[in-house]
Write a new protein. Sequence first.
Length: 229
Amino acid sequence: MIECIVQNAIDAKDAENLGVSRLELVSAIQLGGLTPAYETIQQVLDSVRLPVQIMIRPHDAGFIYTLEDKEIMKKDIYLLCERGHHRIVVGALTEKKTIDTVFLDDLFGEFPKLDVTFHRAFDEVRDLTEAYQTLVAYQKNIKRILTSGGTNGCVEGADSLHRLVQLQHTWQGPSILPGSGLNVNNIQDLHGAIQANEYHFGSGVRKGQSFEERVDKDIIKRIQHILLR
């Protein structure tokens, strides 16, 4: 399973045509990814058949959200659900750097059909094992956790990612989705160390490893070859 970050319909169609398995739609990738404009969301959903996880993140000022922030996020999710789309990427923490379960309870109570990727807010928790155990209780909705193992990237976090994958199998919880810093040059060694079932790629599948360039067919094919053998 290869997930790819996209920012518009052209990106999305490119990725689908090149054999990517799932898309994460964001805006403002230079800020780590924010909620896309609704018009962009509509264009992407009308352009592809692949599963599309849509980022719900109102700003880049951390993952501890005010009540006003949460209402904005819920309004964005409501618009998606009205359209019949329930796949989102979201995450929230408390001031103690634990999972914001009050927000999750509220969110899934109001939107019970959500299919969620809990994003890299997970990498800022005080304890990865504690946080994973918390999210196991929400696996009806939280299907996967995007993480670099509590570090800046998957290279540094490989050992932690492997331990999280082991917890995934032991507790039958949400899938671990390694992401950050993955590319065609390191995925073989990292997959050997981590042994996840799915991986999240950003600039690493683009020409020149730049979001200003399009998804590269040869890179995608090489990554597929590595992961499938």
